[in-house]
Ligand binder design. Structure first.
Ligand code: COI
Length: 349
């Protein structure tokens, strides 16, 4: 791997007490080009703009996928990643669905670890602080022919974060018309276009006073599938429920970790479809205690209320919320503050 270190760090210009999610990037980036049927020698370079031909396939056909991961620093300055093997497997699954070449495991881990070691000053200690790591792949072939590209770029960039969606209560609108994913489509992949397609419906929901959308299945709009960019969880009585993964649903790493952790803590879990009708009747009979989203960026995001067919439903605050318990425990495992009985933590050296 070729490494060119930045001449000077930008770190002193950053106000770490007032970080907005994903706005500031560290001093270095990882880049690897694919051409002539193979991935070339990877490089770590000073963070900088890249030059692209205006006809590059990604701009026209959206052939691009990404991942989100987090690196944490413990009190003894150890640097940790959370289940990075899962992100590696998933980016290649996403790439396969978008007809893009798999990225070699050795390049992924060497690039990731060297990058984190170069930029480790950017990872701050303490609850809520982490470095959001964004691997992504896109089609870079010049030309507007509508076929899979023959050239790609795999990159990793990193952004320091404190917490995401930290500001205020989250109310969600249950989708009655728009869809995020359809059977046979790319909903399970972290395809860039899945996120682009959410922006417009989400902006309409924002105008109506919601912060996010609960996505429902494309054919009946009855089954609750995801919460914004996150997987969705419900607590009905004391059972934690999440919807099964499918080709419409992202196989979330936080989602599967929460399921495993909840079972370990003695919480009853169910993986099964949940309809809007069940949600409303459980709200009305008092058994619906919590709804929350789960994803890498925010870990767990409690949902305070939902709207459906012009009606608003508000959940009561709970003293012993599963959302708070699970969030705290997952973050403590991630940042090496408690035991990790699952072997999820990966030390970066
Ligand atoms: C996550 O929840 O980790 C996401 O995928 C959100 C990201 C698009 C910012």
């Amino acid at each position: 791997m070729k490494i060119i270190a930045a001449q000077e760090s930008k770190i002193n210009t950053v106000d770490f007490d007032n970080l907005e999610f994903g706005e500031i990037f560290t001093d270095h980036m990882f880049v690897c080009d694919y051409a002539d049927g193979k991935w070339k020698t990877p490089e770590i370079l000073p963070y900088q703009p890249i030059q692209m031909d205006p006809s590059s396939s990604v701009f026209h056909y959206g052939q691009a996928v990404f991942e989100g991961m987090k690196a944490y620093k413990d009190d003894a300055d150890g640097v940790w990643l959370f289940r990075p093997d899962q992100n590696f497997n998933r980016i290649n699954k996403s790439s396969e669905r978008l007809s893009m070449p798999a990225f070699p495991e050795k390049f992924f881990f060497e690039g990731l670890e060297k990058l984190l070691m170069l930029d480790k000053e950017w990872i701050k200690k303490g609850t809520g602080n982490s470095l959001y790591v964004r691997p992504f792949v896109f089609a870079s072939q010049a030309g507007v022919q509508a076929t899979a590209s023959n050239a790609y770029k795999f990159m990793i960039i990193c952004s320091p974060v404190s917490s995401y969606y930290s500001g205020g209560e989250v109310h969600v609108q249950v989708a009655e018309k728009f869809s995020r994913a359809a059977s046979g489509g790319v909903g399970f992949a972290k395809a860039a276009g899945n996120y682009a397609a959410q922006f417009y419906p989400t902006s309409l929901a924002l105008e109506e006073g919601f912060q996010q959308i609960i996505w429902t299945d494309a054919s009946t709009h009855e089954y609750l599938e995801e919460a914004g960019t996150m997987n969705i969880f419900f607590r009905i009585n004391d059972t934690l429920i999440t919807t099964p993964t499918s080709d419409r649903i992202l196989d979330g790493i936080t989602r599967k970790s929460i399921l495993q952790l909840a079972e370990h803590l003695g919480i009853k879990t169910e993986v099964r479809p949940v309809t809007i009708h069940e949600l409303i009747s459980s709200k009305e009979n008092g058994s619906l205690k919590e709804i929350f989203g789960a994803g890498t960026a925010v870990v767990v995001s409690p949902i305070k209320g939902f709207g459906y067919q012009n009606k608003r439903y508000i959940l009561h605050d709970l003293a012993n919320s599963y959302a708070s318990l699970l969030k705290e425990q997952i973050i403590d495992i991630q940042r090496n503050a408690i035991e990790d009985p699952f072997g999820w933590r990966h030390e970066v050296k």
